[in-house]
Design a protein around this ligand. Structure first.
Ligand SMILES: [Mg+2]
Length: 181
């Protein structure tokens, strides 16, 4: 893999019922920073690809979102980890090309990192992450944190397969570093 794309809520941090709107609500999931550090040590670029429609709806300002992301970077840094870039879609319009399940944000990441889809994996906790990954023809992993365990319990739509299923980001990354990095 030449690029790992990470959904944010439910993968890196605890999912909030109505989105994270302050840094007080931002809480790293166990082992998430350790997982990101493993990728850093393997020199694999990491980009976060996140829908934050709360900004488009006016529930959170752009500055507020930046503050949350600065806080996330600080928390990661404390554990010796970092992400290379954060791509955000703030639109609340489901038809927006960058809003997952649409693949626009992923395609932007592929372009910026100059990699081809077959060298990219997206790791998410929701069907829309997998849908976006499928549309961009990237490899797909579902983690069972956040919404992931419910999704697995309901069964994955056949059209999205193959999908790697792991307990959490750490387990997913451990697998990736063993098989393909
Ligand atoms: Mg999510």
């Amino acid at each position: 893999m030449k690029l790992v794309l990470l959904d944010r809520d439910g993968v890196i941090n605890r999912d909030c019922l109505r989105s994270v709107k302050s840094k007080e609500e931002f809480c790293l999931l166990p082992r998430a920073a350790a997982a990101i550090k493993l990728l850093n040590e393997a020199s694999v670029p990491i980009a976060v690809v996140t829908n934050q429609a709360c900004v488009g709806r006016g529930d959170l300002s752009e500055e507020g979102l930046e503050e949350i992301h600065a806080y996330m970077k600080d928390l990661l840094k404390e554990e010796g980890a970092f992400v290379d870039h954060i791509f955000v879609c703030t639109s609340a319009d489901p038809a927006h090309p960058c809003r997952k399940p649409n693949p626009g944000l992923l395609l932007e990441a592929l372009k910026m990192f100059n990699v081809t889809y077959s060298d990219v994996v997206i790791i998410g906790d929701d069907l829309r992450d997998l849908e976006a990954g499928k549309a961009a023809e990237c490899h797909r992993i579902l983690v069972q944190t956040g919404k992931g365990s419910d999704i697995v319990a309901k069964g994955l739509p056949e059209r999205l397969l193959p999908v790697g299923i792991f307990e959490d980001l750490f387990e997913a990354v451990t697998h990736l570093t063993q098989v393909s990095l």
